[in-house]
Design a protein around this ligand. Structure first.
Ligand SMILES: [Zn+2]
Length: 259
């Protein structure tokens, strides 16, 4: 609950910043201490080292292609900041907890926690979790910007607080990657394994992302629900989870993914 309040406060601050036209100032502040490594057609990348221009160009190109696969009409306007320290990440992203990355959609910014960004991999925050490819993390974050554009700012923020599983599930589904190991996640979800694994290891957010991706995959990939129905239908989550468990049990549905 405490975290929810903090998130609502940050959302309000973000909305105020947008209303007061502070987005350029925010992005300027995010760039402090970093160098612009790449900038072209709506995507800018800031990092501490300008040696890797080619890698940055490749990264932006991959992201652009991945986004076009989701929606051929979408042209992103995003600045990506690779933070050098966790302190810098927390301050610039106004971050709560220790996520791999954070989007400030209204401010058109994506902030990435410290990582060797030229290696396309981000180490997990706990040993029980898997490393993720940087390209999948970037796509996940960029898709939040897409969701905001597609849904409209008001609907996006409403869903962020009332149906967050859709907001996160949509991004995880399209970026096709999880920090949570699939087999373990499916066993916990099906009740064959103990949920204590999640609570004891403090990996609740990653399990939430895993289940959100599973729910979204079930609806969009298995049931072939259209994206507009996915966004507009008010699902009873318990009912949906039971339906997925049943389909998994009867082997009608298989959650086939690469982690
Ligand atoms: Zn997200």
């Amino acid at each position: 609950m405490k975290k929810n309040w903090r998130r609502i406060i940050i959302t309000v601050l973000e909305v105020l910043a947008v209303l007061l036209l502070l987005a350029p100032a925010y992005r300027l502040a995010c760039g402090i201490g970093l160098k612009k490594v790449y900038s072209n057609s709506g995507i800018s990348i800031y990092a501490d080292d300008t040696r890797y221009k080619e890698e940055a160009e490749q990264m932006a190109e991959t992201l652009r292609v991945q986004l076009l696969k989701v929606d051929s009409d979408y042209s992103p306007k995003i600045s990506i900041y690779f933070c050098r320290t966790m302190a810098e990440f927390h301050i610039k992203a106004m971050a709560i907890g220790k996520p791999l990355a954070l989007s400030r959609t209204g401010l058109k910014a994506i902030l990435i926690r410290p990582c060797d960004w030229t290696k396309n991999s981000i180490e997990p925050r706990k040993p029980q979790l898997l490393p993720r490819s940087l390209s999948s993390v970037l796509l996940h974050e960029a898709l939040h910007h897409y969701e905001r554009k597609k849904l409209g700012a008001f609907r996006f923020f409403k869903k962020l607080h009332s149906e967050n599983w859709k907001i996160e599930g949509f991004c995880e589904y399209h970026s096709a990657s999880s920090s949570f190991p699939t087999d373990k996640g499916l066993r916990i979800f099906s009740g064959e394994d103990n949920y204590e694994f999640v609570t004891c290891n403090e990996i609740k957010p990653e399990y939430f992302y895993f289940v959100s991706r599973l729910q979204t995959d079930y609806l969009l990939n298995f049931k072939k629900v259209s994206e507009s129905d996915y966004w507009s239908t008010k699902y009873d989550e318990n009912q949906l989870d039971d339906e997925i468990r049943q389909a998994l049990k009867e082997k009608r549905y298989a959650f086939v993914v690469s982690d």
